[in-house]
Write a protein that binds this ligand. Structure first.
Ligand code: GDP
Ligand code: MG
Length: 602
């Protein structure tokens, strides 16, 4: 393939603006996948993504396109995730492209993620082709969106392509426009002749090991060639190279400008870092490719198998998920009550929940996640100049040895229609946020900047924001700094025993309120036992809230009057099923779901 005939691009959009639908339509129109194999939302291959309607994992697909003038082109379409938790994945995908289709919903116009993605694309020097989607809808307001694109993004009105990804209107024109508008692939370093390939994604194949998705910026990579990874410094012989056409298609060589995959016979997952540069071992390039960023997990949680015999299964699962998820951080951990497990770092609560679901669905290991925590800086009396980092409440030193605790703050950017501004302000205030800035983008849309403690943002802030604004407000966030606050550790005692997994850190002023709401939920989550169970929240030895679960003698079949045998069996099975996902703490069983549920919706 000739470099003049390659176009590498991604689609960026605010969530729900139609990125997946457009990808599907392009794949369909170019007959990249046979009609009978075409499922809706092809690139969103994982069940969880389908169900939640979000794209987690980037995927790339090579498309053959014959232009109206007969010339044959190769498009590499790289899908990108659309939730705030997954910003790093977006930046990696962008680094592999020359251009981006910026999709904007004609009924909604620009939203926070439209802007955030636009800036990310600008930072990566991409050519941005504005696409107005959903023009089939009666509420479509093309002039309004056009005005936003021209005035606020500074893009050319002539470049705008109006489409309906759903019905296919305008998509043929869009394909033609991609050829003219998206630049021919270029090197990052014009003078660099040697192999320089960016690893922008990776996944695990059970038979072949690690498969790396790469973009060749200069030189070429062939099968049976000695290569080197820049950051890790390790050398390999390439086992196979090829193209990603949804299925892998082997070839002999990937040349400058191409996107494809390479297998290096890597089996140990910790060997590869997405963002690393592949070069020739014999004559390496001088510098690695730019675009790599250190991933910073924001939320930390302990992950333990419900059944401690499944620790090894958990180990396999975590190792494999890590391979497909460069943002995941983990290390071994153990707890008196929970046994062996992992301490994991996530980008946000959604990332954490998706991780839990995948471990259970794909690897069949029911797990318990402990109260998530952010990273605090703790200054101790014996060494007042330095801080230690604490991301696990149970590892917090005794308060009498602590001088101060600093917590991370985020700079949070929210765009909302002014009707919901009052709700937004209330939410921010409840979360100890401070307003920094406010401006009107037009008559209706307001953009505000707040500084809010990370611990108050990561848990369910995004979901709250969505619901109080009927889905209209959107947000974006960045780490700002660390500030000293009156942070305390609250322990939860179940039947007088502290349950490590439930202890959490909180601002002293919110401790009582939050403890009460947690105990109330815990009361609903823990089934009644044969004895009465006191639930308490404590700061040190000081009990700040309490609840009681009364005793019951539970016989699930009592209501059946011995009549219907099959119903009786069903009930017993259900009870057994429920028990499987419980964890015993002393004499009390706590359901797995309790741990995440009590933290939501606080
Ligand atoms: P993504 O989050 O950006 O990937 O958005 P999706 O592609 O999942 O689309 C979100 C919703 O908008 C889905 O219900 C789509 O069916 C719908 N949608 C996407 N494009 C169009 C369009 O052109 N017209 C209409 N009417 N609906 C669309
Ligand atoms: Mg999608």
């Amino acid at each position: 393939s000739h470099i003049q005939h390659i176009r590498n691009f991604c689609i960026i959009a605010h969530i729900d603006h139609g990125k997946s639908t457009l990808s599907d339509r392009i794949i369909e129109k170019t007959r990249t996948v046979e009609q009978r194999k075409m499922k809706e939302q092809f690139l969103d291959s994982m069940d969880i993504e389908r169900e939640r309607g979000i794209t987690i994992k980037s995927a790339s697909v090579r498309i053959n396109y014959q232009a109206k003038n007969g010339t044959k082109y190769i498009f590499n379409l790289i899908d990108t995730p659309g939730h705030v938790d997954f910003n790093y994945e977006v930046s990696r995908s962008l680094a592999a492209c020359e251009g981006a289709l910026l999709v904007i919903d004609a009924t909604q116009g620009m939203r926070a993620q439209t802007l955030a993605n636009f800036f990310l694309a600008m930072e990566n020097n991409l050519s941005i082709l504005p696409v107005i989607n959903k023009i089939d809808l009666p509420a479509a307001d093309i002039p309004m969106v056009t005005k936003q694109i021209v005035n606020e993004l500074g893009l050319e009105e002539e470049s705008i392509v109006p489409i309906s990804a759903k019905s296919g209107i305008g998509v043929d024109d869009l394909l033609e426009k991609i050829i003219d508008f998206i630049p021919i692939p270029s090197r990052k370093e014009p003078q660099e002749e040697k192999l320089q390939a960016l690893i922008f994604d990776s996944f695990y194949d059970n038979f072949r090991g690690v498969v790396l998705c790469i973009r060749v910026f200069s030189g070429s990579i062939s099968e049976r060639e000695r290569v080197k990874l820049f950051f890790s410094g390790k050398e390999y012989i390439t086992e196979e190279v090829g193209h990603l056409k949804i299925e892998r298609v082997k070839c002999h060589q990937l040349t400058e400008g191409e996107v494809g995959y390479v297998m290096l016979g890597i089996r140990s997952i910790n060997e590869v870092r997405v963002g690393d540069t592949i070069t020739s071992a014999q004559s390496p390039c001088a510098k690695p490719l730019p675009g790599y960023r250190e991933v910073k997990p924001m939320v930390f949680s302990g992950v333990f198998p419900i059944d401690s015999n499944q620790y090894e299964d958990l180990q396999v699962a975590v190792d494999k998920l890590k391979l497909n998820d460069s943002s995941l951080y983990y290390e071994k951990d153990n707890s008196g009550a929970l046994g062996f497990g992992y301490r994991c770092g996530f980008l946000g609560l959604l990332h954490m929940e998706v991780f839990q679901e995948r471990i259970e669905r794909e690897f069949n290991v029911p797990v318990l996640l402990t109260s998530p925590s952010v990273r605090y800086r703790v200054y101790l009396k014996k060494d007042p100049e330095n801080y230690i980092v604490v991301d696990n409440p149970s590892k917090l030193p005794d308060p009498s040895n602590i001088i101060k605790i600093e917590e991370p703050y985020m700079s949070v950017n929210i765009i909302t229609p002014n009707t919901y501004l009052g709700n937004v302000m209330q939410l921010v205030q409840d979360r100890r946020g401070v307003q920094k800035n406010l401006r009107y983008l037009d008559q209706v849309q307001v953009e505000c900047t707040f500084e809010i403690p990370l611990g108050e943002v990561v848990f369910d802030f995004y979901d709250k924001l969505k619901s109080l604004s009927k889905g209209y407000a959107s947000m974006d966030y960045d780490l700002a700094d660390y500030r000293s606050n009156d942070i305390v550790k609250v322990e939860i005692l179940v039947n007088k025993e502290p349950v490590d997994a439930l202890s959490f850190m909180v601002h002293r002023e919110h401790a009582v309120h939050r403890s009460r709401s947690i105990l109330e939920k815990l009361k609903d989550e823990i089934p009644r036992h044969m004895f009465q169970i006191p639930l308490q929240a404590a700061i040190g030895s000081n009990i700040i809230a309490r609840q009681t679960i009364s005793a019951i003698r539970k016989d699930v079949t009592a209501k059946c009057y011995g009549g219907d045998i099959s119903r009786k069996r069903k009930l017993l099975e259900k009870q057994k099923e429920g028990k499987k996902k419980m964890k015993s703490f002393g004499s009390v069983s706590i359901p797995q779901t309790a741990f995440i549920n009590i933290l939501k919706d606080r």
